[in-house]
Design a protein. Structure first.
Length: 192
């Protein structure tokens, strides 16, 4: 032991070794003895080891591309069928229109209910129309939905009157689409 170096403590009953201690290699650097097996971590599954050593073929993953393509094709076909149905199915047509109201007219300060009955071909769609009154008023464009199987649509105008006097009134319905039809009804408002 060199001079000035601290002495190593030796437990009682043991002799102190002369010279330096032999170096011991860490566990992962030490050579393997015959038949010795060294493992790190949880280990390699037997199936993976067999593939690694070439003893078996790896399992091929299940391919889902075919299912995705089939789903995409089915969605495309459904969309095309919907578009074809919308474009090629018969559309709504108005065949005639008639307007009716009480010819006696409304009472003083009352309202006249004028009803236009549009005859259709029974297909679903929308009737666009407007009312034109003889006093110069118009309703603007109105829309009435007609469900499949309905052969007539009632288009109603409620015309309110106020004041005294007599007036010959006419209400005209103009069908704007589908097609163009016009019909009118007249009545007298009289309030003494």
């Amino acid at each position: 032991m060199p001079a000035g170096a601290p002495a190593a403590a030796v437990p009682a009953g043991h002799a102190a070794a002369e010279g330096p201690l032999p170096a011991v290699a860490p566990e992962d650097e030490r050579p393997l003895a015959e038949g010795e097996l060294r493992r790190f971590g949880p280990g390699v599954p037997a199936a993976a080891a067999a593939v690694w050593h070439g003893e078996t073929e790896p399992d091929r993953p299940v391919r889902r591309k075919g299912r995705r393509r089939l789903l995409a094709v089915l969605l495309l076909l459904a969309l095309l069928a919907l578009l074809a149905w919308r474009w090629y199915s018969p559309s709504l047509a108005v065949t005639s229109v008639a307007v009716a109201t009480d010819p006696a007219g409304p009472p003083c300060g009352g309202a006249a209910v004028v009803t236009a009955t549009a005859q259709t071909n029974g297909h679903a769609g929308k009737v666009r129309y407007r009312w034109v009154r003889s006093d110069g008023g118009t309703s603007g464009e109105l829309v009435q939905s007609v469900p499949e199987g309905t052969r007539q649509a009632d288009l109603v105008l409620r015309w309110t009157f106020d004041g005294h006097g007599t007036m010959q009134a006419t209400a005209t319905v103009e069908i704007l689409s589908p097609g163009q039809h016009t019909a009118a009804a007249s009545f007298t408002y009289s309030c003494p």
